[in-house]
Design a protein around this ligand. Structure first.
Ligand code: PAF
Length: 282
C-alpha cells in the first residue's frame, strides 16, 4: 500500500499514474476508521480507477481543545482497515506543518448562511476549518468524486456549497449512515464511550424514529418539545440541540410546507462525548 506523509510527494505520484481518462475517488477522514468509513471507501473503489483516503485530524475545525486532544488516533489500525477494502488505496496522512505551513488558521468562508445553524452555532469557526481543509485536500488530490457520510449532513451541504461557489470540478457523493447493532450512528467518537454508554446511546436513533412519526401529525415545535422532554427524563444524556430544518437551506421549520423536504438534526452529550445524528422526515 502506498502511503504519503507530504503533499508534494503525493501530487507527484498521482500525476505519474494518472492518464487523461482515469478517475480519482477520494475519501477524506480524520482517522479512527470504522465500518462507516469503510463503506465510503468501498463505494469509491467500485466507482474509480485511482482511490485516495486521507487521514488528518484537522486542528482548525475543533473549537474545543480537549475534543482535539482526545480525538482518537491510531494510524496502524487505520492502515489495516484500509487494506481490508483494497491494498491499492493510496493513503495520504500529512502532518499539520505540511497542510498549514506554519499558519494553523482557517480561511473565512461565506456558505450563504448554512454555516450559522446547528453545528455552526454550537461550534463557532467549525465550518471555516472544514472548508479550509477540504478545499486544500481537493486541490492536492484533484478528485473526480469525493465521498462523505450523511451523518454529517450539514457538513455535506457546506462542502457542496464550497464546490459550487469555487467551481471545483468534483462530484460530491453522499453515502448512507452506517449504524451499530443498536442503531447508534457510527462515529470515531464512539470509541470514547464506555460499553454501557455505547449500548445506551442507541436511544438517540430510537428518539429520532419516534420524532419522525410524531412529525406526521404534529408541528416541528411540538415534536421538538417532545424530544427535549425525552432527554430530560434521561440523566445520562444532555441534549445540545434538536432541530427540524429544511433539508436544502437548513433553515428552521416554523411552518410545514407540502413541497419541502425536512430533516431532524440532533447533538447529544454522553458524559463529555458529543454525538450527532440526523434523519430524513418526509
Ligand atoms: O468528516 C470529517 O471527518 C472531517 O470533517 C473532514 C471532512 C475529513 C474534514 O476534516
Amino acid at each position: 500500500m502506498q502511503i504519503f506523509y507530504g503533499k508534494v510527494a503525493l501530487m507527484e505520484y498521482l500525476s505519474s499514474i494518472k492518464t487523461t481518462n482515469s478517475s480519482i475517488g477520494f475519501v477524506p477522514t480524520m482517522g479512527a476508521l470504522h465500518k462507516g468509513h469503510q463503506s465510503l471507501m468501498l463505494q469509491s473503489v467500485k466507482e474509480n480507477d485511482i482511490n485516495v483516503v486521507s487521514i488528518f485530524v484537522n486542528p482548525t475545525q475543533f473549537n474545543n481543545p480537549e475534543d482535539l486532544e482526545k480525538y482518537p488516533r491510531n494510524l496502524e489500525a487505520d492502515i489495516l482497515k484500509i487494506q481490508e477494502i483494497s491494498p491499492d488505496i493510496i493513503l495520504f496522512a500529512p502532518t499539520v506543518e505540511d497542510m498549514y505551513e506554519g499558519k494553523t488558521v482557517s480561511q473565512s468562508f461565506d456558505f450563504d448562511g448554512l454555516e450559522n445553524k446547528m453545528e455552526g452555532q454550537f461550534r463557532p469557526g467549525h465550518f471555516d476549518g472544514v472548508g479550509t481543509i477540504v478545499k486544500r485536500l481537493f486541490e492536492i488530490v484533484n478528485p473526480t468524486k469525493a465521498y462523505f457520510g450523511e451523518k454529517d449532513f450539514q457538513q455535506v451541504q457546506i462542502v457542496k456549497k464550497m464546490v459550487e461557489k469555487n467551481h471545483l470540478p468534483v462530484t460530491i457523493v453522499v453515502c448512507p449512515i452506517y449504524r451499530e447493532i443498536n442503531n447508534l450512528a457510527m462515529s470515531s467518537r464512539n470509541e470514547r464511550l464506555t460499553l454501557q454508554e455505547r449500548e445506551e446511546a442507541g436511544i438517540i436513533h430510537k428518539i429520532l424514529i419516534e420524532a419522525k412519526s410524531k412529525f406526521i401529525s404534529n408541528s416541528a415545535q411540538k415534536t421538538s418539545e417532545w424530544v427535549k422532554n425525552e432527554f430530560e427524563k434521561n440523566k445520562n444524556f444532555t441534549l445540545e440541540y434538536f432541530e427540524i430544518a429544511d433539508e436544502e437551506t437548513l433553515s428552521t421549520c416554523n411552518r410545514k410546507y407540502k413541497n419541502k423536504k425536512y430533516r431532524a438534526f440532533i447533538a447529544v452529550f454522553v458524559n463529555n462525548v458529543r454525538l450527532i445524528d440526523t434523519i430524513s422526515l418526509n
